[in-house]
Design a protein around this ligand. Structure first.
Ligand code: TYC
Length: 113
């Protein structure tokens, strides 16, 4: 048995003759996409109903809820929260169902951030 069989390298000092530059591959960390939940203004849904929706389904304080309701009323819409797809979808469905049951035309939608 001679030569380089069963040896890691072919030189006494441990080096070998591969002159290539090693390229490190590192997988980029994947973050799940986030979705904005938007509340839209209309002329008929009572302000207090919107405030209640924001407290009930988005865990906002009365003051925070009133502030966002006023932003929607004045600007036409506002982002009420940013969530994973599943959570955003659930919040939209809860708001739309609650508004429908109370016969208010309140609209809630989601869009990818
Ligand atoms: N514009 C409604 C009103 O004057 C109040 C309102 C606010 C409705 C926010 C919807 O998402 C809304 N009664």
């Amino acid at each position: 048995m001679s030569s380089s069989h069963l040896m890691m390298s072919t030189r006494k000092d441990g080096s070998d003759d591969d002159a290539s530059v090693l390229t490190k591959t590192r997988a980029k960390t994947q973050r799940p996409p986030l979705y904005k939940v938007l509340l839209l203004n209309d002329d008929y849904t009572p302000m207090e109903f919107v405030v209640h929706v924001l407290e009930r389904f988005f865990g906002l304080s009365h003051a925070q809820a009133f502030e966002i309701m006023l932003t929607v009323h004045k600007k036409g819409l506002a982002v009420v929260g940013v969530f994973s797809f599943e959570v955003a979808e659930t919040k939209v469905a809860q708001v739309m169902d609650f508004a429908r049951r109370h016969q208010h035309p309140l609209q809630c939608t989601m869009e990818k951030e």
